[in-house]
Design a protein around this ligand. Structure first.
Ligand code: SAH
Length: 347
């Protein structure tokens, strides 16, 4: 069986003549949420039968769902080979966020991130990336609100390390005959894979860019994010300065505040200096602590002091709310640990 969500519409059109069939099926699956061919009554009966024998149009199944007291939901999505992708739905009053994974595990080994401790297990396919969005959308949004969400590629993995599948997934989500998701509602977050950022800048469809900085000097960043040893901070920021940013858009910088490591006023001033001349928005993320990590979260006063220094220097700075902490769904907490999680917490 072919997994429908792995296919871009032009690929589908090549396999299924006449070409308009691909648009019809895309519309049924992505706009009408059809999950069987029988209901696609705009297709000839014989075609429906032959398609059903060849194509799997069931988005993947939910292995477990964890519900946070703040409304955040974390999903373990079962993949064909038994691996699990982690997906998070974060409800907000005016805008919901679906946070998807691009890989199982991650190769980058940032020292403050639990996913980094797994190493890379494997890349997700385009279809596995797309299906995570559909699962979170369909499980949380009523029909009238079906489009009221943004997507962030901030789950497990480094999206630019799985470049081709991620970009293919985004093109599928963006297709006008399918979900028709605007690129301005998608944010891709990277730890700073420089050549891939440069390649991204040349694409015809470009999502919003977020850079995980966490460390405002090479010395700090080399220690916290080994990727910096290969692509130093000044080169990274030079690439960001060249990146095409649409009118009124900004590049987001995520900065994890680690007590005594990245949270001093001096660090804040370094950050101010680094971001000069960039249309930037800074998301400060007080560390989500975990036993396995050798770092502490700063005091609220230190977080506020850091934020104030940025604001005083005319940089928009927000403190990221800590969502889904009680279900291990918060930033940096996604880690393959379903095996030992109590069944009672599940659906
Ligand atoms: N690999 C990509 C996508 C993952 S985004 C990237 O690094 O951008 C996950 C975000 O969570 C990153 O901004 C990362 O800096 C942050 N993060 C990682 N571990 C964290 C922790 N323990 N507490 C808070 N934020 C963390």
């Amino acid at each position: 069986m072919k997994f429908f969500f792995d296919f871009e519409r032009p690929e589908l059109a090549e396999l299924l003549q006449p070409a308009f069939r691909a648009a019809q099926i895309y519309k049924s699956v992505y706009q009408h949420w059809s999950s069987d061919f029988e209901s696609m009554t705009d297709l000839p009966k014989a075609l429906r039968t032959s398609l059903a024998a060849e194509w799997n149009i069931q988005p993947l199944s939910i292995h477990r769902r964890f519900d946070s007291s703040d409304g955040t939901r974390r999903y373990l999505v079962r993949l064909a080979d038994g691996e699990m992708a982690e997906t998070v739905f974060i409800p907000e009053e005016h805008r919901n966020t679906i946070c998807i994974s691009s890989q199982i595990g991650c190769a980058l080994a940032c020292t403050f991130c639990l996913t980094g401790q797994l190493g890379l297990v494997r890349n997700l396919t385009a279809g596995e990336i797309v299906a995570q969005v559909l699962i979170a959308q369909r499980d949380n949004l009523v029909w009238e609100a079906r489009d009221s969400f943004n997507i962030v590629l901030m789950g497990m993995g480094e999206p630019l390390h799985n470049y081709d599948n991620v970009m293919k997934g985004l093109r599928i989500l963006h297709d006008e005959h399918g979900m028709n998701m605007s690129m301005s509602r998608i944010t891709l977050s990277t730890a700073g894979l420089l050549p891939a950022i440069e390649r991204l800048a040349t694409e015809s469809t470009i999502p919003n860019l977020a850079i995980s900085l966490t460390g405002a000097s090479n010395e700090k960043r080399n220690e916290l994010m080994p990727v910096n040893r290969k692509y130093p901070i000044e080169q990274l920021l030079a690439a960001v300065r060249r990146f095409p940013i649409k009118h009124r858009q900004r590049v987001t910088f995520e900065y994890v505040l680690l007590r005594g490591v990245t949270d001093s006023p001096e660090d804040a001033l370094h950050l101010v200096k680094l971001l000069q001349g960039i249309r930037a928005k800074v998301n400060l993320i007080p560390l989500n602590e975990a036993e396995e990590l050798g770092y502490r979260r700063p005091s609220p006063a230190a977080v506020e002091r850091f934020q104030q220094i940025l604001i005083d220097h005319h940089i928009s700075a927000f403190v990221r709310k800590n969502r889904g902490n009680d279900i291990s769904a918060a930033c940096g907490q996604l880690k393959k640990k379903w095996a030992d999680e109590p069944i009672a917490a599940a659906l």
